[in-house]
Design a protein around this ligand. Structure first.
Ligand code: MG
Length: 457
């Protein structure tokens, strides 16, 4: 990451990511801190981090840069990304989170937050990149360097914020037994604590900070959640909950131990909170279930490109009440305009309590759709692949707002080149799991064939 030659963007779809002491060095991190400190107009910046073992190192480098630019740093400690965002929103200060979300333990990252709690827009990130590349840092005189101030109540403020949006007494009256898997990540304290405050009996798994993620992979996919699934299956639980590394997402296991995918939970929550005239925002990657629900509830559905910050910004622009992604990233506007794992858990418990039904019963009302996701290594430019795929798809309707979304009678395929890795993500969606997998596999073979053909030329 040098200023020589081209100026590649530093921020990806979810901040800056890299491996500390390799491509995410302390020198680089300090300069990003100085650039952010120069850019932010407020004199105070809130900072938090997840449990990664390189967190203190990168946190200190970034905070030094911010203080060198004359801004005070509020150290909120180890806490979920949405807890930092909520602090920023309620205190009208910008923020920086040191996290690599669900990435493997060797990674870390730097994510900048605006003073309304949302992720910075791309144009704001570009301004920070400009300061970095032009070295136009505004360092303070020695007498005006920023201070480091420890804040101890950010988690309390956050949990109080979440609990405002649920019927606490109704949830407490049920005394749910809940198993929660924090995956050694940023929610290790807040996730069980929220459940305790909601009167649940809590069995917590991997609820201690371990930046090596020795218990499980930090991506909350069913294959990484077998311990949680087995605990729920063998005990008498109402619900299982798991978060990703920085706890902006939540996924669930029903009382029988069946994994509930993020798309189903998104649809369930949308169906429970929308009224006629409401607006709902979701990317093109979530299933058609949400279209059916919005039609039934008289709500307007707005589809965006993939990426949580895009969904958040669109929700603000359109005045939407609810939005989110098919991976368990749910955004509840009345609380804050970002993905929030604890709020999602609260909404699910609230629904179980208000309807008096088991989670497995509640999801029966969600129209059944399946999404089969896979990825293929990208060996040739995307444009070349895209051209062939369009020819192959023939007369099928294709949408090109983000990659290619190809519609069929019984489903669709979405193909997108990753912005951060040389891979192509392929999603097949249909009413049956079998057909969703067939669609995704058909297009995987097609892409592999195109690439083999291209490399044989
Ligand atoms: Mg995350």
């Amino acid at each position: 990451m040098t200023a020589q030659g081209k100026r590649p963007p530093l921020f990806g779809t979810n901040g800056i990511r890299g491996i500390p002491n390799e491509d995410l060095t302390v020198e680089f991190s300090m300069k990003i801190g100085a650039a952010a400190g120069t850019y932010f107009s407020q004199d105070t910046v809130a900072m938090g981090r997840d449990t990664r073992s390189t967190g203190p190192m990168i946190f200190n480098a970034v905070s030094s840069g911010i203080m060198a630019a004359g801004k005070n740093v509020l150290d909120l400690g180890v806490l979920p990304t949405p807890a930092v965002q909520y602090y920023c929103k309620t205190h009208a200060v910008p923020g920086v989170v040191i996290t690599a979300s669900h990435n493997p333990p060797q990674f870390n990252g730097i994510k900048c937050i605006a003073s309304d709690g949302t992720e910075l827009s791309r144009s704001e990130e570009e301004k920070i990149e400009d300061i970095y590349y032009e070295s136009s840092f505004r360092y303070s005189g020695w007498g005006n360097a920023g201070n480091l101030i420890r804040v101890n109540d950010a988690i309390d403020i956050y949990l109080d914020g979440v609990m405002k949006h649920v019927d606490k007494d109704a949830i407490r009256a049920y005394g749910f037994r809940v198993a929660v898997d924090a995956g050694n990540g940023a929610s290790y304290f807040s996730a069980p604590e929220l459940l305790r405050r909601l009167g649940c009996t809590v069995v917590s798994l991997n609820a201690y900070p371990d930046g090596h993620f020795t218990s499980r992979n930090s991506e909350p996919k069913p294959e990484n959640l077998m311990d949680l699934i087995n605990v729920v299956r063998n005990g008498k639980f109402s619900l299982g909950i798991a978060h990703d590394g920085d706890a902006d997402r939540a996924v669930f296991v029903d009382e029988k131990g069946n994994f509930i995918d993020g798309d189903t939970i998104l649809s369930l929550i949308v169906s429970s909170v929308t009224k006629p005239g409401d607006r709902v925002v979701t990317p093109i990657s979530s299933s058609d279930a949400i279209d059916e629900i919005c039609r039934k509830n008289g709500a307007e559905l707005i589809r965006t490109r993939v990426g949580a910050p895009i969904v958040s910004r669109t929700m603000i622009e359109m005045g939407a009440r609810i939005g989110g992604e098919e991976n368990g990233g749910i955004i509840y506007g009345p609380h804050q305009y970002c993905r929030d794992g604890a709020m999602t858990a609260g909404l699910v418990l609230n629904l179980m309590a208000s309807r008096g039904e088991r989670i497995s019963e509640l999801i029966k009302d969600v129209p059944e759709f399946h999404i089969h996701k896979l990825s293929v290594e990208r060996k040739v430019p995307w444009e070349q692949i895209s051209e062939f795929v369009r020819q192959y798809a023939g007369k099928a309707r294709i949408e090109t707002s983000d990659g290619l979304k190809i519609f069929f009678e019984d489903g669709w395929v979405l193909m997108r080149p990753s912005g951060t890795e040389p891979i192509i993500r392929i999603y097949g969606q249909s009413r049956t799991a079998k057909r969703a997998a067939e669609l995704a596999e058909e297009y995987r073979s097609l892409v592999e064939g195109i690439q083999d053909g291209a490399s044989a030329l």
